[in-house]
Ligand binder design. Structure first.
Ligand SMILES: Nc1ncnc2c1ncn2[C@@H]1O[C@H](COP(=O)(O)OP(=O)(O)O)[C@@H](O)[C@H]1O
Ligand code: SF4
Ligand SMILES: [Mg+2]
Length: 332
């Protein structure tokens, strides 16, 4: 079998709290094959960004990874010395953030920022680095790239700035790109263009993508598999088509029902999942979704359901599906 590109096992990322550690990511298992696009979905505050930041070793203090392993191309990033991690970061693994204005330096032209990234990893003359930067801006659909390269970030539209960020993320031909809400800050038509661009570049380069979003419609457009997170836990994992056809976890069901296309098809007002994601220091006992779940029953408040595999590639953390759990496979 092929080796996974990224394999996260038992990841715990936590912040210190009064009563002990507050786990923003709680025993997360997730893997991504080479060239695969995996959607990571959940409402705001579910631990998606911290999962990606954990991979890059960039969890903001006082948060830190307290348990688990993160294998990238077979090496555990959590045990790598910082200099080796720095070589992987940006080159083999890169990230696209939601708001490019905060990731681009306002005082340098975008061409200079892209060229400096080239120069930081390859010993080539400055003029050549500049040419490579302009070529890359052209590849991501920046019109008149030679002229636009001389613009400062604030002189570009939000969509163009995001294209610049994508250019930087893909410049060094990484094997994994983590895109964290890459289109959330953009208006709808620009969103679609940026997703088209990401999809095209992904196919051309064969890069693996961890696509982080609160919006399942974005996942439907790009990903082949989806992992749903709630309160730092994985609650459902499935091929995208299967999740859309039949979500198993009530939380996934709720997220799907909130999609405008689905609601209007049924002629309904857009439904929402009642309540909000509970804060980490006030999680309900038992199933963490029990205080919002329309199908909760007594047992849900007493114990937390385990994540079980109910079909090949389908895992779910909900008592309603525990009777479908497959026998754990025995080694031959
Ligand atoms: N700097 C921080 N200090 C304390 N708690 C934090 C901090 N950053 C994130 N958290 C906690 O981690 C949770 C998950 O955050 P995050 O990964 O950013 O969620 P998402 O990306 O899914 O919106 C937040 O709801 C919050 O409780
Ligand atoms: S375990 Fe119970 S509360 Fe949790 S999602 Fe399933 S039905 Fe709802
Ligand atoms: Mg986030």
């Amino acid at each position: 079998m092929n080796q996974a590109l990224l394999e996260i096992k038992g990841l715990v990322t936590a912040f210190p709290g009064r009563g002990g550690e507050l786990r923003a990511v709680d025993e997360l298992d997730l893997s991504l094959m080479p060239a695969e696009v995996l959607g990571l979905v959940g409402e705001s505050g579910c631990g998606k960004s911290l999962t990606a930041l954990s991979v890059l070793g960039l969890v903001p203090r006082p948060g830190r990874v307290t348990d688990g392993s993160i294998f990238f191309e077979g090496r555990d990033l959590l045990t790598l010395p910082e200099p080796e991690l720095r070589q992987i970061r940006g080159a083999r693994v890169s990230m696209v953030f939601q708001e490019p204005m905060t990731s681009l330096n306002p005082v340098f032209t975008v061409g200079r920022q892209v060229a400096e990234l080239v120069a930081a990893h390859q010993e080539i003359p400055a003029a050549e680095a500049w040419e490579r930067a302009v070529a890359m801006l052209g590849r991501v659909g920046v019109p008149e790239p030679a002229a636009r390269a001389r613009a400062y970030p604030h002189q570009l539209s939000g969509g163009l700035r995001q294209r610049v960020m994508i250019a930087m993320a893909l410049l060094l031909d990484p094997r994994l790109v983590m895109a964290d809400e890459p289109t959330t800050a953009l208006d709808v038509t620009i969103q679609a263009q940026i997703l088209d661009l990401l999809r095209r570049l992904q196919r051309d380069s064969g890069v693996g993508v961890l696509l982080i979003t609160h919006n399942l419609a974005v996942v439907a457009q790009m990903a082949s598999r989806v992992a749903v997170m709630y309160t730092g836990r994985l609650v459902e994992e499935a091929p995208v088509a299967e999740l859309f056809a039949e979500p198993l976890h009530p939380y996934a069901d709720g997220l799907l029902a909130c999609l405008p296309a689905r609601a209007t098809k049924r002629g309904q007002r857009l439904p929402t999942i009642k309540g909000v994601v509970p804060p980490l220091d006030d999680l309900p006992p038992g199933c963490k979704f029990s205080d919002r779940c329309p199908r909760a029953f007594a047992a849900c408040r007493q114990a937390e359901p385990a994540l079980v595999e109910v079909a090949p590639g389908r895992r779910v953390r909900c008592f309603l599906h525990h009777d479908q759990a497959r026998e754990p496979r025995r080694a031959a």
